[in-house]
Design a protein around this ligand. Structure first.
Ligand SMILES: [Zn+2]
Length: 292
């Protein structure tokens, strides 16, 4: 028997197996079948249009969505969304190209638009115990402590600042630098000083001025102290290493320009880690924002 928290290829075929099923789903998510004139909207055969049975008014359900004007069949779009939703280590355009038989360009564009839709930042603040940390990503060269070209290697890397509520959500952002002011701005926008119980960081003095008002606890990384009771930033560090490992395995190299959208994909997976079915449905929800 199928488990309720799973969403399998069988579910996908049933729900989004044909162009018409996809169109009906998109229409029903964004509009009502009942027209104000008393008529009902019906899909026009062979077109991405619905028409009212009485007043003949037409609605194109894909207008304003990422599917708009895309010549790719919608069932292939939903198959791509399904692959993306299930790929916890990310999915490359090459992989989608192979599985769907589309061109590389089409596959790349679909994945790009899916990731881009995940950028909408949550308005909620992180609360409880919050870990915060920065890391460096990208660039072809390894930094390495003893590398004589370390400076050059570091210049090609991007700073990523992140925070995670233990047992809750994670946020991560590509930043222009790792200065105190930048860290402070991220902190202000993401962590509530009143409802957070502890703010756990490393010993970096960049937090000294900006984390005023937060109940800050630090772990001394430079003394090789990584865990002091439950004062650690391991939740965030294991996320960083997951992203780095996955990036290396799946995407090879990510340019600075697209790093944030890839990161949004990984954050989405982290924040929806418990339930495959919900993750798929949240992803589809993010792609079809209801504005009415
Ligand atoms: Zn009507």
């Amino acid at each position: 028997m199928a488990r309720a928290d799973k969403y399998t290829i069988r579910d996908l075929k049933r729900d989004f197996g044909t162009e018409a099923r996809c169109l009906e789903f998109i229409f029903d998510t964004l509009h009502s079948r009942k027209c104000s004139c008393g008529g009902a909207y019906v899909l026009i055969k062979g077109r991405r249009q619905f028409q009212c049975s009485k007043c003949r008014f037409q609605i194109a359900p894909t207008a304003g969505t990422i599917f708009h004007k895309s010549p790719t069949p919608l069932n292939l779009w939903f198959y791509t969304i399904f692959i993306f939703s299930n790929a916890k280590s990310g999915v490359s355009a090459k992989e989608v190209e192979r599985q769907l038989g589309t061109t590389y360009k089409t596959a790349w564009r679909m994945l790009y638009l899916i990731r881009k839709s995940l950028a909408k930042k949550s308005e909620d603040y992180l609360t409880g115990d919050v870990e915060m940390d920065e890391t460096y990503m990208g660039g072809r060269k390894r930094a390495g402590t003893y590398n004589i070209n370390r400076k050059q290697a570091m210049e090609n890397k991007s700073v990523v600042i992140g925070a995670v509520e233990r047992g809750g959500e994670l946020r991560a952002e590509v930043s222009k630098n790792d200065r105190a002011k930048t860290i402070g701005s991220f902190l202000d926008r993401n962590v509530n000083p009143i409802t957070s119980r502890r703010l756990i960081t490393d010993e970096s003095n960049r937090y000294d001025k900006v984390a005023v008002g937060y109940n800050r606890h630090t772990v001394q990384h430079n003394l090789k102290e990584f865990v002091k009771g439950d004062v650690h930033v391991n939740t965030l560090e294991s996320f960083w290493s997951h992203v780095k490992r996955s990036t290396k395995g799946t995407h090879k190299v990510i340019s600075k320009k697209y790093l944030q959208t890839y990161l949004d994909g990984f954050v989405f997976h982290y924040n929806n880690r418990h339930n495959d079915r919900e993750r798929f449905s949240h992803l589809v929800g993010a792609l079809l924002p209801v504005s009415k």
